[in-house]
Design a protein around this ligand. Structure first.
Ligand code: GDP
Length: 307
């Protein structure tokens, strides 16, 4: 069994590739929930939904949300003066309504995700990192903002002074998370944000130690290529967390305790020696995943690298 630690946009591409390479039944995705939030009274879990939609083959081409969705409800809310900056499509809203009703009825998040998974016909196992609420809070000169307010509403414009994940210290890994890590043949750290996706998953008490115990079976893929994120503001989150270098080597250094092998882009081949000096084996290849073929090819490389 392969376990993938994943955030949303970057993570789901790797998860998708791994299922193309090995089939869905062989994969367990452990997904970040620090990006979750409440909108109009609904519980929205962006990273879990991106992964579920991707695995169900219904994700929109832009990489999040439902394919061919419309936004009539959101447009209607805007006419009533409601803040409508978070893209909740009409079909997508059904997911959030169903999830919210289930949680209000007493279901745990992992039970809801499993219900959504089964009803969407997804065969891969998808686990939230925890059933407990964890909320990433970003502090800038303007003050504190919820993760999605900073990223989506404000376009990640301001420099970050500090980042904290509320609820993380006392969160308990969701049922199956530690067991999946302990028994996996291979653990893949997807090229997701090292601070607000992978950092949050590894921050759930017990998870980092469980992954570190499997270090020889763990392979990471860099989200940083040629000194910059492939997309999105990971460099701002890195700076906000006190890391002033944005490089593949910096990623490997942050994961060196949990990850025995690290995959970097060909353009960063000059960083391989510095990564090997951290006692991390390095694989150099094309790590961009714009389409099915590139995802599947990278997944085969990742699987072959750890044997
Ligand atoms: P979020 O939760 O939606 O922000 O998404 P993730 O945390 O999963 O992914 C964000 C990271 O994915 C960014 O740092 C990107 O650099 C990285 N990323 C996106 N697409 C690719 C890709 O095709 N290849 C690699 N190597 N990284 C990618």
């Amino acid at each position: 069994m392969i376990v993938a630690l994943a955030g949303g946009t970057g993570g789901s591409k790797m998860v998708h590739g791994l299922t193309l390479a090995t089939g869905q039944r062989d994969l367990t995705a452990i997904v970040n929930t620090g990006d979750d939030g409440e909108f109009f009274g609904l519980l929205v879990c962006p990273d879990l939904d991106i992964n579920l939609y991707c695995l169900a083959g219904v994700v929109a081409d832009r990489g999040w949300g439902y394919a061919d969705d419309t936004f009539h409800c959101l447009e209607g809310l805007a006419t009533y003066g409601r803040e409508a900056w978070f893209g909740l499509g009409d079909r997508d809203l059904a997911t959030h309504i169903h999830r919210t009703l289930m949680t209000r009825g007493g279901a745990r998040l992992s039970e809801v995700v499993d219900d959504l998974r089964a009803r969407m016909g997804v065969e891969a196992r998808v686990l939230p990192m925890t059933d407990d609420p964890v909320r990433t809070i970003i502090t800038t000169a303007t003050g504190e903002q919820r993760f999605q307010e900073y990223l989506v509403r404000d376009g990640a414009r301001e420099e970050i002074a500090s980042i904290r994940a509320e609820g993380l210290d006392t969160a308990i890994p969701a049922p199956g998370v530690i067991e999946a890590i302990a028994t996996a043949d291979l653990i893949v750290i997807a090229p997701s944000s090292p601070i607000v996706s992978i950092g949050t998953i590894l921050g759930v008490p017990g998870v980092r130690a469980a992954v570190a115990a499997r270090r020889e079976r763990v392979i990471g893929v860099s989200p940083i290529v040629s000194g910059a994120p492939v997309e999105g503001p990971a460099h701002k989150f890195l700076r906000g967390a006190g890391y002033h270098e944005c490089s593949a080597r910096q990623m490997a250094a942050m994961y060196a305790d949990v990850c025995g092998t690290f995959v970097i882009h060909e353009s960063d081949a000059n960083e391989a020696a510095g990564i090997e000096a951290l006692d991390v084996r390095t694989v150099t290849t094309d790590i961009l995943m714009p389409d099915r073929a590139s995802r599947e090819r990278l997944a085969h490389t990742v699987i072959a690298a750890v044997g």
